[in-house]
Design a protein around this ligand. Structure first.
Ligand SMILES: Nc1ncnc2c1ncn2[C@@H]1O[C@H](COP(=O)(O)OP(=O)(O)OP(=O)(O)O)[C@@H](O)[C@H]1O
Ligand SMILES: [Mg+2]
Length: 224
């Protein structure tokens, strides 16, 4: 699936109106692993939230294989996101009443596919090195462990595209490498596109291409 972003704007009003995204144009090929760096407040999360369909732009297009996600209804967007996108949000969101395994399997409960859901959930728990936490609840986990639960959940439905917003922010050096290796492996083996926003320069070694955001504008290369 090719992602093409055309003339994307997001306006917010605080004291004055400003462009959190300011004419963003970007093309990401299937299987590409890209990193977006940029200072705090430069617009990285805003961009990922719009690419995922969670947030609507003020204007512009987000085309997946020429289909504009911004034109879909809310229900269509939710379905598209559930089937095609694995989202790792900046702030970890888990359901406190579900244990770790059920949190990871959650996206598959919403879909219709007949895979062995718990089996795949357990496989992902192992892949992320948290198999001992299967029956634990989110409030019993450290920040880094919670992050890995979020990552496993994002991989559950074998997405075509992974949007990762600061996926390594709570992790130590060893776990950072672990998580990045997994994202790279998924990208290579399943031809999954990865779009990763970060402050963490360790991520850049994994990128096929690096982009920089500054005041809502995106440029190619590491210009920070
Ligand atoms: N709902 C909102 N209303 C008004 N301004 C907002 C809103 N959401 C974000 N902003 C502003 O838009 C700008 C871009 O925010 P965004 O979260 O995309 O930055 P970021 O690059 O992800 O930063 P960080 O690295 O700190 O996560 C910031 O100035 C932020 O304060
Ligand atoms: Mg952010």
């Amino acid at each position: 699936m090719v992602l093409k972003i055309e003339n994307l704007y997001k306006k917010y009003i605080r004291k004055n109106e400003f462009n959190a995204l300011d004419d963003v144009n970007l093309e990401v090929l299937e299987g590409e692993f890209i990193c977006i760096v940029g200072k705090s407040g430069s617009g990285k999360s805003t961009l990922l939230n719009i690419i995922s369909g969670i947030l609507s732009p003020s204007s512009g297009k987000v085309l997946y294989d020429d289909k504009d996600i911004t034109k879909l209804t809310d229900d269509e967007k939710s379905l598209f996101r559930n089937q095609k996108i694995g989202f790792i949000p900046q702030s970890t969101v888990t359901l406190s009443t579900l244990n770790v395994l059920d949190n990871i399997c959650l996206p598959s409960f919403l879909g219709k596919n007949q895979i062995d859901k718990k089996g795949r959930g357990m496989y992902l728990l192992h892949e992320l090195g948290i198999e001992n936490l299967e029956n634990s609840y989110p409030k019993e986990l450290s920040g880094g462990e919670l992050k890995r639960v979020t990552i496993a959940r994002a991989l559950m439905n074998e997405p075509k595209i992974i949007l990762a917003d600061e996926p390594t922010s709570d992790l130590d050096v060893q776990n950072t490498k672990y998580v990045l290796d997994i994202l790279k492996k998924v990208s290579k083996e399943q031809n999954t596109t990865v779009i990763l926003a970060t402050h963490d320069m360790a991520c850049l070694d994994y990128a096929d291409k690096i982009y920089t955001m500054e005041s809502g504008k995106i440029t190619e290369g590491k210009n920070i």
